[in-house]
Design a protein around this ligand. Structure first.
Ligand SMILES: [Zn+2]
Ligand SMILES: [Zn+2]
Length: 225
């Protein structure tokens, strides 16, 4: 006999989503809400907090191993809800929608091998998937770019409550590239879900540059204010 729990699970699998923005049945975030309800960026450099045209000013960018940093949306409102569903409700469809918004908002000139920033292994085990990997794969598919999981994560790092400096320290050597020959001379598009202090993506970029990448451009779905 099939338990009620199982029936619930199966029904959930086939039930159409209601839009997080307007409640319309059929998609986790309908097309209208994808266009209209995701607020624009604040225009503040994530490193020095000065006003800038992009998410990072040229002065700060020069000190990183990153050629550009692009973000699709501010981390507020519907973007928070979407990432929340992906992280805490096992709603993998949210990765597809995040990637669609990235595809629409980010420069069409962004090219290279798409690589995701690996999420902490404990979280991946808990969720059953790596949300950054799902977004990276979907983004690569949307742009018909190659996707390769070229970064691995070492051991346990906890980021909760840590400030920028502590995070940088924790993250040192947290990533490694087991296949430097696949990275050498390549342009990499490094994908993560949310840009906060930038420490994560900067450390990951450093590993790829050390492995021989020609350049690393970072793209994230959202940016925390
Ligand atoms: Zn809607
Ligand atoms: Zn700056």
């Amino acid at each position: 006999m099939v338990s009620m729990w199982k029936v619930d699970q199966i029904l959930q699998l086939f039930a159409p989503f209601d839009c997080l923005g307007c409640g319309l049945e059929g998609s986790l975030l309908c097309k209208v809400c994808q266009y209209n309800c995701v607020p624009p960026l604040s225009g503040v450099c994530y490193v020095c907090r000065n006003a800038t045209l992009g998410v990072v000013c040229t002065t700060c960018l020069a000190s990183k191993n990153l050629t550009t940093v692009d973000v699709a949306t501010a981390y507020s409102g519907l973007a928070v809800q979407l990432i929340g569903r992906l992280k805490f409700s096992r709603t993998q469809a949210a990765a597809h929608i995040a990637a669609l918004i990235m595809d629409r908002r980010l420069s069409s000139s962004l090219a290279g091998v798409v690589v995701h920033v690996p999420t902490a292994t404990a979280r991946v085990r808990q969720r059953g998937y790596d949300q950054a990997q799902l977004i990276a794969r979907e983004f690569a598919r949307a742009r018909t770019l190659p996707y390769q999981p070229l970064l691995r994560r070492l051991g346990k790092t906890r980021q909760v409550g840590a400030n920028r400096q502590e995070r940088l320290k924790q993250l040192q050597n947290a990533y490694y590239c087991p296949w430097p020959h696949r990275v050498q001379g390549k342009s990499i598009l490094l994908v993560d879900d949310v840009l906060t202090t930038g420490a994560t993506i900067e450390t990951a970029a450093q590993v790829l540059i050390k492995a021989g990448a020609a350049e690393v451009r970072a793209v994230t779905f959202a940016q925390k204010a």
